[in-house]
Design a protein around this ligand. Structure first.
Ligand code: ADP
Ligand code: MG
Length: 237
């Protein structure tokens, strides 16, 4: 499951599913400069569920955007398996993301004018990859088989997250990144979504979840605490 990197004279070295090295990200608006990330390093292996916790404004969403290639760090590198996704042309990042990384954002995971199943099919068509689950089976595995034809606007909070998760998993990614996926959910629905994320990790995906929830941290293999753009000492990968 782990990516192999062939090095002359060394043989095959396994690398983490996702690795970030000293990520920096600054935002400038007028005279003001915000250091959203100040040298964040982490590594996540296939099969791990890692939670990133931290107060509002600590850089969690910025980190997730840099890890997914949706944003470019100002310094540092991100590797997905043996491939670098940072510091590349937008279309190369998009191609890598489409095939290898599932992203579940806080909003905007679904196109409103398409059904749930059509959203999944579109994600699959855009990636152009060969091996992917059928939308029906994917939705079934998330307990959403009966909502395949529904429009996103008619879904409950828990259903929206699971539909977004189905889109994120449409291309059988090796890495799944989720930004506060249970933030708006009641306890029972949170448990259900959490069990789905845990199962994905157990099946060999590297899962990183941004979350404040104690229940999510409890199911994680590791919790990384982000504070002011830095991972607190002793918890780095
Ligand atoms: P979190 O997700 O932990 O709440 P963010 O990553 O959203 O934190 O933000 C980290 C810091 O960067 C905050 O101070 C935020 O105000 C700032 N920030 C985030 N995005 C932007 C942006 N597009 N422009 C300017 N500042 C931003
Ligand atoms: Mg955030």
């Amino acid at each position: 499951m782990a990516d192999g990197l062939r090095l002359a004279g060394v043989g095959v070295v396994t690398v983490p599913a996702l690795r970030a090295e000293r990520l920096y990200r600054f935002y400038r608006s007028g005279e003001e400069e915000t250091m959203a990330l100040r040298g964040v390093s982490l590594a996540i292996d296939a099969g791990e569920l890692v939670v990133v916790a931290g107060p509002s404004g600590s850089g969690k969403s910025t980190l997730l955007a840099c890890l997914s290639g949706l944003d470019e760090p100002d310094g540092g590198f991100v590797h997905v398996g043996a491939d670098r996704i940072s510091h590349r042309a937008e279309r190369d990042r998009a191609a890598l993301r489409a095939g290898r990384i599932g992203v579940l954002l806080q909003t905007g995971n679904l196109l409103p004018h398409l059904s749930v199943a059509q959203n999944i099919e579109l994600a699959q068509r855009l990636s152009g990859r060969g091996t992917r689950p059928s939308p029906t089976r994917l939705l079934d595995s998330l307990g959403m088989a009966d909502r395949a034809a529904a429009r996103p606007g008619s879904l409950s909070g828990g259903e929206s997250i699971r539909a977004g998760l189905a889109v994120a998993l449409a291309n059988a990614p090796t890495v799944l990144l989720a930004d506060e996926p249970t933030g708006e959910l009641d306890d029972d629905t949170e448990s259900l979504v959490l069990a789905l994320l845990r199962r994905r990790a157990d099946e060999g995906c590297a899962v990183l979840v941004v979350s404040h929830s104690a229940a999510v941290a409890h199911r994680a293999d590791r919790v990384l605490r982000l504070h002011d753009g830095l991972i607190e000492a002793g918890e780095a990968a």
